[in-house]
Design a protein around this ligand. Structure first.
Ligand code: ATP
Length: 364
């Protein structure tokens, strides 16, 4: 059966168009290798450059188009030189998290051969975990985009940490189901709840709900760790972790640490998933320092695209999309194993287009 998937596509700013175009070529090629999978890339204008031209951060009807799509694919949005009158960045994608209720931020961290190993321990080549970051509440609940913080005066500002049973229950269930899928692929199959339950009541609720849910998944190992201890453990023995589930700001910080462990931001893929919508984008920004130079590492976006295919396989009940995702992952693994992928980002000699051609070749 042939299926056409409608993808709301935001190329955005800086290196965004370069990395999105690279990923689309690769998704198309991998999908041609499995039958019956087609795409309608529905381009939507948004971001800092668009704001400069029009005064709007997304084209009219852009959010409606995104809400109707099967998935949202985004390059990078925002430029440091472009600000709104109140000084804030152009960041419509942060609004999407709340609008589309994208509570589960999936940030995989995997070590590939021939990429920089930041840790001298030989086990570092086994690093393969996911930071599952809650994306709609926690300490970001009062971030500027929501205008919910309490500004008493020039010297006193309060942000609050919001944890709800509703979101946390869905998040922990997502974590265990993700661990089940990873276990089927031969990974550890373990969930660690990362929190600060010994200090904050909101965090104690987060852990309480975790402990209630874990019994529904007896085949998955479950443990808990305070966030400060986890910062230590992620340097000492990151290879011992699989899925780590945590509140918004903890996930923001530990996922960057994870990116650093395995190379850099050009390897950091990201999926933001809710019950009805999914947004896939690299975890890095628009990297204005290298824009227009063909120097961006497109792998974070390609890996985000592969995660999008896995999401679509479940959502649209099309197993071919899982096959296409596997083709992409295998090509990248083979490319690194044979030292055929050498991004400028790690001191290599390959441009965005050279990396793209190499992966296309490996798929062939
Ligand atoms: P944001 O706050 O929007 O996430 P940022 O300020 O954290 O962005 P990035 O745009 O992610 O910054 O860039 C941080 C550094 O990482 C820059 O030096 C940039 O060139 C580099 N970088 C980011 N993405 C890539 C990439 N795909 N390939 C190569 N280098 C990258």
């Amino acid at each position: 059966m042939s299926l056409t998937l409608n993808i709301a596509t935001f190329q955005g700013d800086g290196i965004g168009p370069d990395v999105i175009n690279s990923a689309i070529e690769i998704i198309e090629k991998a999908s041609n290798a499995v039958s019956g999978l087609n795409y309608e890339w529905n381009y939507i204008e948004a971001g800092a450059s668009y704001y400069q031209k029009t005064g709007m951060d997304v084209e009219p009807d852009g959010e409606k188009k995104a809400s109707e799509a099967d998935a949202i694919f985004l390059g990078a949005i925002g430029l440091p030189t472009v600000r709104k009158k109140d000084g804030t960045e152009i960041a419509p994608h942060l609004r999407f998290r709340e609008k589309f209720n994208l509570y589960a931020g999936v940030r995989p961290v995997k070590a590939y051969k021939n990429t920089p190993q930041r840790l001298s321990d030989k086990n570092a080549e086994k690093i393969d975990f996911v930071v599952l970051r809650e994306c709609t509440e926690g300490l970001f609940y009062t971030a500027a985009v929501h205008n919910r913080n309490k500004i008493a005066n020039n010297d006193e500002v309060e942000d609050i940490m919001r944890i709800t049973r509703n979101t946390t229950t869905r998040l922990h269930n997502f974590a265990f189901k993700l661990a089940e899928k990873r276990k089927q692929k031969g990974k550890l199959g373990k969930v660690t709840c990362v929190d600060k339950a010994n200090v904050f009541k909101s965090q104690a609720l987060f852990r309480k709900i975790f402990n209630e849910i874990k019994d529904d998944f007896p085949n998955i190992e479950a443990d808990t760790c305070y966030v400060d201890a986890m910062a230590l453990n992620l340097i000492r023995q990151p290879w011992e972790y699989d899925v780590m589930v945590m509140e918004n700001i903890f996930g923001d910080i530990l996922s960057d640490l994870g990116g650093g462990l395995v190379g850099g931001m050009g390897m950091a893929a990201c999926g933001e998933i809710g019950d009805n919508h999914g947004l896939f984008q690299p975890a890095h920004g628009s990297a204005p320092d290298i824009m227009g130079k063909n120097k961006a590492n497109p792998l974070a976006t390609i890996l985000s695209g592969s995660m999008m295919l896995e999401y679509l396989a479940d959502k649209k009940n099309c197993p071919q999309a899982n096959e296409a995702a596997l083709i992409i992952e295998n090509a990248i693994e083979e490319g690194f194993n044979k030292n055929l992928l050498r991004p400028f980002e790690f001191g290599g000699d390959m441009s965005t287009t050279e990396i793209t051609f190499q992966i296309l070749d490996l798929i062939k």
